[in-house]
Design a binder for this molecule. Structure first.
Ligand SMILES: Cc1ncc(C[n+]2csc(CCOP(=O)(O)OP(=O)(O)O)c2C)c(N)n1
Length: 338
């Protein structure tokens, strides 16, 4: 497995900071009542999203979950597109339709998430099966929270992927909470990775707040999947620093525990590591932060100026259309043309 170049180490910092600042602006928009739908933050979990997605190559497929905004930034989505999606603008990846997290692009290798927890595992196992049947070398990556590993589809998908040796990397984000349910009330296993091992799937547990460690483990998992050695479950141990969503005041969390995890903040840690290696001084990073903040403000302005979709757009792109037919079949049917 290769190593990160110094330029890539700075790139990881940039993506994590971008992830954090975009979400900070989304919080402002949420409080202004401008966001359509809920807002689920990934504060404290940026290293997991960014480090894992950074391990993929062009042509691979990724399906994010609610706390993986960082992964779609790595995959090439611009902040303006993500803002437009949350603001339901016509310029958004879904054209102003669907929930704010539900967007996709086959061209960019992003499969849209679905809200039913656990279901992404069989879906992505299916995409990975396509790679195998077509003898293509792409790898699939998806995410799952600790709570969602208690669903049936998770276990069915994991078993199928293990039996068929599919090129699938499942990132298990152990952020200690599933809404207000702590890990200890979710499962009797000591580690999330134990669930994968029960299916004969290779698995490892890493510090999810250390971006280079996450990248290394994810790169190895991706490489072995690409070599045809089967799926991998990567447990990233991290902490959900905010409530389940912006509407959750997180009253059930012990404040001392929260503060202790705050000391392990992935961005602070990576800043210190970059300084210790002589890659960027505190001043360099402050300047970079300033540039990122300005870029994000510009991107937000562009998204806010974009129009909402016209009402009739609600009828477009809802059902699959037969090749060569531009008019949705149900309109033809309604007009008695059939
Ligand atoms: C099958 C199913 N059950 C319940 C929900 C409602 N729900 C959405 S997120 C969530 C908590 C998920 O916790 P976890 O998997 O640990 O992920 P985290 O939010 O901590 O990242 C719940 C209960 C759902 N979307 N799907």
């Amino acid at each position: 497995m290769g190593r990160l170049s110094d330029a890539q180490r700075l790139e990881l910092y940039r993506f994590m900071r971008l992830n954090r600042v975009v979400e900070e602006r989304l919080v402002n928009l949420y409080r202004q009542g401008k966001i359509v739908g809920g807002l689920y933050r990934s504060l404290g979990q940026e290293a997991t999203s960014v480090g894992t997605a950074f391990a993929l190559s062009p042509g691979d497929f990724l399906s994010p979950l609610i706390r993986n905004l960082g992964s779609v930034l790595v995959r090439g989505y611009a902040p303006r597109e993500l803002f437009a999606q949350y603001l339901a603008r016509a310029t958004s990846p879904s054209g102003g339709k669907d929930g704010n997290l539900h967007f996709a692009s086959v061209e960019r290798g992003v499969i849209g998430p679905i809200s039913m927890l656990g279901e992404l595992i069989p879906v992505m196992a299916g995409v990975a099966l396509a790679a195998k049947l077509r003898r293509e070398s792409f790898v699939c990556m998806t995410y799952i929270g600790d709570g969602a590993t208690s669903t049936g589809p998770f276990h069915e998908g994991m078993n199928f992927a293990a039996v068929r040796k599919l090129p699938l990397v499942v990132v298990g984000e152990n952020n200690h909470w599933a809404y207000s349910t702590p890990f200890s009330q979710q499962m009797a296993c000591a580690s999330l990775a134990d669930r994968a091992k029960a299916y004969g799937m290779a698995a490892a547990t890493v510090d999810g707040n250390d971006v280079e460690t996450v990248w290394e483990a994810a790169s190895e998992a991706v490489a072995r999947a690409r070599r045809g050695e089967g799926p991998f479950f990567l447990e990233a141990v991290t902490y959900r620093m905010k409530g389940h969503a912006e509407h959750d005041a997180q009253h059930y969390v012990d404040k001392a525990e929260l503060a202790a995890w705050g000391d392990r903040d992935p961005l602070e840690r990576w800043s210190r590591a970059l300084a210790a290696r002589g890659l960027a001084s505190a001043g360099d990073l402050a300047r970079l932060d300033g540039d990122i903040a300005r870029l994000v403000d510009q991107e937000l302005e562009i998204a806010e100026r974009a129009p909402f979709p016209p009402p009739e757009a609600a009828l477009e792109g809802v059902y699959g259309e037969a090749p060569g037919e531009s008019e949705p079949f149900f309109l033809r049917y309604a007009e008695g043309k059939r």
